[in-house]
Design a protein around this ligand. Structure first.
Ligand SMILES: [Fe+2]
Ligand SMILES: [Fe+2]
Length: 226
């Protein structure tokens, strides 16, 4: 399995990014012939309470985040979808979020984690955020994406450090580590796409970014426990 650090990924030529994506851990989850592979089927026995708590919070918040991300892009698409160039940019990122959520849904079942009680709230809040920023214009929508993906990319990066406390000898945990790396790199790719599409030209960019980032950080804290 090919993986890379955030810095390596961001500095890599496009061809190498494609190679990493091709070797993605998520493809094992979405390959039905792998359904009984212990890495995507089993959960570690005899986790200490602190380890289970870590896994429990991590997967609940990650799943909730991917729900919200899907609805942010749905909201953006509802406003900007008639513009063909905006549509193709948003659609490409949304397709990756669909993949992230499909994998997170499998992980939640695999590790017997309770989903967030705020599932419907995440959908509504995500759609509202995506649609409202898109109503301010394409650059504001990209500023929203930039802020969200910055927070989520850093969240996944922090999670990789926490996961060192989980039993890495179990195949499901090494798989989870690879997945989080893959998703972090996807989110950082979305961040780059937003900047390339002039997110920083949005009116009130600094204020909008700060507001969206604060909301995302609060949502992460809440969904760990609720
Ligand atoms: Fe995602
Ligand atoms: Fe993303």
């Amino acid at each position: 399995m090919l993986t890379c650090t955030r810095t390596q990924w961001r500095n890599a030529p496009l061809a190498y990014r494609c190679l990493w994506n091709h070797a993605a851990a998520s493809s094992t989850y979405l390959d039905t012939t792998q359904a009984l592979n212990p890495a995507v089927h089993d959960t570690p026995d005899h986790l200490r309470a602190s380890q289970f708590d870590l896994l429990d919070k991590a997967l609940r918040v990650d799943q909730a985040g991917e729900v919200a991300a899907n609805w942010i892009y749905r909201g953006q698409m509802s406003v900007l979808g008639r513009d063909s160039s905006s549509k193709s940019i948003i659609q490409s990122m949304w397709e990756q979020e669909k993949k992230h959520l499909a994998v997170m849904n499998k992980l939640q079942i695999q590790h017997r984690i309770r989903p967030t009680a705020l599932w419907e709230v995440a959908k509504i809040a995500g759609f509202a955020l995506g649609a409202c920023t898109a109503l301010l214009g394409r650059e504001a929508a990209m500023a929203c994406t930039e802020a969200v993906e910055t927070v989520i990319g850093e969240h996944y990066d922090d999670q990789l450090k926490e996961m060192e406390f989980l039993p890495g000898s179990h195949p499901s945990i090494s798989m989870l580590d690879n997945l989080v790396r893959e998703f972090r790199d996807d989110e950082l790719e979305h961040l780059d796409i937003a900047i390339e599409n002039h997110s920083q030209r949005a009116p009130g960019h600094a204020l909008l970014s700060a507001a969206v980032a604060s909301g995302c950080e609060a949502a992460i804290a809440i969904c760990k426990v609720i």
